[in-house]
Ligand binder design. Sequence first.
Ligand code: AMP
Ligand code: GLY
Length: 459
Amino acid sequence: MHRKRWNASPLRLCVKAFKVIGMKILVIGSGGREHAISWALARSARPDLKLFCAPGNAGIAQLAEPVAISATDIEALADYASERAIDLTVVGGEAPLALGIVDLFESRGLRITGARREAARLESSKSFAKDFMARHKIPTARYRVAVSADEAHDILRSGEFGAEDSSVVVKADGLAGGKGVVVARTRREAEEAIDDLMLSGALGVDAASRVVIEEALEGREASLLLFADGRDYALMPPARDHKRVGENDTGPNTGGMGVVTDADVLDEETLRRAVREVVEPTLEGARADGFEFRGILFVGLMLTEDGPRVLEYNVRFGDPETQAILVRLQSDLVDIFSATTRGTLSQTPVRWSEEASACVVLAARGYPARAETGARIEGLERAALREGVQVFHAGTARGSNGEWLTAGGRVLGVTATGQNLDRALARCYDAVGEIKWDGMHYRRDIGKVRGQGPVVSGQ
Ligand code: AMP
Ligand code: GLY
């Protein structure tokens, strides 16, 4: 039969037009967080969405075209985004933000979501963040900043953070990959921490040329994340991380061994208080200081007897918080990220399921010190088929026969939703039971303990 080229119905024309438009999104990073972000973006209702991930990992490569550029090579990333006409870039980790990737992309007319360099200082400099909080009366631990080890020792000796047997917290000023905070149980331990951080050179000059000394707070911790567009914000479900490698919160600190989200993480009243006393003053304070906050803000809170106190700001999604949070997202993440760049968040739905969720991290032997890689992972496909379960890849590679191999310290984040936390955890651990490799370890008590995270000295 003879066909006329333009004999298409209006509807088909419309679909065609969309297809021509399409949309290309570049995700920057290579961990479980970026896998979860890519997965949530891929569920978008937008037709013809094409995802890219720089540099990505083997799990992410199932959803997004890998781009062999490091997350910190921001010039090369900007060149790539221009050449490939990327419509939107999403930044996973703090390092590119602190380097000014958002400022660079914007200066080249490229759309990107994330904090600009100045706003990223809320994470990249603890003294900047503390001074910001003091200026804007945001509740946080009492603190002093020292620019030399001698000055830090003098502050401790002055007794303003308690007697010799009091706990006190020492924090390197700069980005230290989770290794820059020591909760010392005595002044002696704090002195050792100061010398380790400031004199050993272990963290590099930039990270530890100044330290923050602060009062040790007590309570449960909670992570409150939100999307922001410079004017409005949308909260995510509060999450609780488990940072120590061992059960009952023992052993060294890690990037995070598991996360839960459910109503118990932050009760309604405390959440309202955290919004009123922390979230809104933070966004207003940023505006008052001349740097509108856009992208994702992550507030680490200690829920003390006197109310919520800020432990830290991050200017990005958490890992593995993201995995447990995004499985509850019911709205379109592409629309949300676009809205953060356009200032249209108030007109964009950001809805979450009423369920609970959990993520259990499976790590390789040796993590968090030096992790073994190259072990063959069994049972991944079976685990991923379980109802309500998503397995996000943090550090995997493909072998020559297509088999899955470990390629990092944190290897997988087994994530599930459920009507309540017990159900979500049961689904996670059932799926974990399908997976094994030589040297795999994980915590069996995610969601059962407080989930505290400091490196306590002397352990
Ligand atoms: P930060 O990177 O500042 O969040 O610190 C990492 C971890 O150290 C937090 O998750 C807390 O468990 C702990 N921490 C930080 N500051 C304090 C504090 N002032 N009091 C007690 N624990 C703290
Ligand atoms: N899981 C803690 C963080 O991403 O900072």
